[in-house]
Ligand binder design. Structure first.
Ligand code: UGA
Ligand code: MN
Length: 326
């Protein structure tokens, strides 16, 4: 009897040791020091049974300390201000590839809510299936461009979609930050962590814009000193759509803020509508605007494909493939 109790205790101790060791061996800690906005903070990257994460250790300028975990529903993520990513999109040959690429970027960002808003009357089931596969928090919405603008040669692209996104934020969000992320741009993951702590409006350079190659706030002696952009056109805020993020609270205090249906002046019109807000209030990110963390890439437009010869291929895999090809 005594012997079996001893045995039992030994087995339990053994099991505890094995459990502890297996946990240790699953945790890989890599120290990196990357975060330009938190000069006193160290980041630790880790891989464990819960996924990959980044932990900011020590207080930086913004005092942002927390554990970020890319596992979508983990409690540690909830400590981070949410990011609302507003993406206008529309049906075309490049739509699914663009959204596939952007979804894979966002899957690496903690505590994101992706608002995918189609310029269409009805939701595309293919876009819906793509969103379901991502495991991201998302809202799939539609906001067609009004017919009167559709007939114009130069259209206000993505405006009805973005305004729908603002409406959703007013109805559902209380804190955090939102960002207009077009479906075809290229985003560096560091951008999302930097914009997350925006108090009013933050800005940074955007690469591949106009003949100047970049659009950016100008920083002289460490402070804001105007804008560098190939197309100023009397704009108070001559910036690109990809070049700024806004605090949700700041938006909620401005119930009339909206984006105008005015091609070329969408950013300026929206930022002006955030009044009271002046260029001096801009929070400069990307290491005082010395880094390019987003690129205004543009994908070559592809022609619509030929219809499938159903007599020849009507009973083959090509029928399925044709459904995802424009
Ligand atoms: C530039 C700006 O970066 C856009 O934010 C701005 O809306 C646009 O110009 C403009 O001039 O109106 P650009 O790369 O030239 O962007 O435009 P697109 O990428 O073709 O469109 C911007 C966004 O709106 C994309 O996410 C796109 O999917 C969406 N879009 C475009 C629509 O929802 N409907 C359309 O008919 C066209
Ligand atoms: Mn674009």
């Amino acid at each position: 009897m005594r012997g079996s109790i001893k045995m039992c205790v030994l087995v339990m101790i053994g099991a505890a040791i094995i459990f502890y060791q297996s946990h240790l061996s699953n945790t890989l800690v890599v120290r990196i020091e990357t975060n330009q906005e938190l000069p006193n903070a160290k980041e630790e990257m880790f891989v464990d049974g819960n996924g990959i994460g980044v932990a900011a250790v020590g207080a930086g300028n913004s005092g942002a300390v927390g554990i970020l975990n890319i596992n979508s529903n983990s409690h540690s993520q909830l400590a981070l201000p949410p990011l609302y990513i507003i993406t206008p999109t529309y049906y075309r040959a490049e739509q699914l590839p663009e959204l596939t690429r952007l979804s894979h970027t966002l899957m690496l960002v903690p505590n994101v809510h992706w608002l995918v808003i189609e310029d269409a009357h009805t939701k595309s089931p293919l876009v819906g299936e793509l969103l379901e596969r991502t495991s991201l928090k998302f809202s799939h919405l539609v906001a067609p461009m009004p017919d009167k603008y559709k007939k114009r040669k130069v259209k206000p692209r993505g405006v009805s979609n973005r305004n729908r996104g603002l409406q959703w934020i007013r109805e559902h969000a209380t804190n955090g930050v939102f960002y207009f992320a077009d479906d075809d741009n290229t985003y560096d993951l560091r951008l999302f962590e930097q914009m997350r702590f925006t108090k009013k409006v933050s800005m940074w350079p955007v690469g591949l814009i106009t003949k100047l190659g970049v659009s950016s706030p100008i920083v002289r002696n460490g402070t804001f000193d105007g804008f560098y952009d190939g197309w100023i056109a009397g704009r108070k805020f001559p910036v690109d759509m990809a070049g700024f993020a806004v605090s949700v609270k700041f938006l909620l205090e401005r119930p009339n803020a909206t984006m105008p249906f005015k091609p070329g002046f969408e950013e300026d019109g929206f930022l002006r509508s955030l009044a009271p807000f002046e260029p001096k209030d801009i929070e400069l990110l990307a290491s005082n605007c010395t880094k390019v963390l987003v690129w205004h890439t543009q994908t070559k437009k592809n022609e619509r494909s030929q219809p499938l010869d159903m007599v020849k291929y009507g009973t083959t895999n090509l029928v399925d493939l044709k459904k995802v090809i424009f």
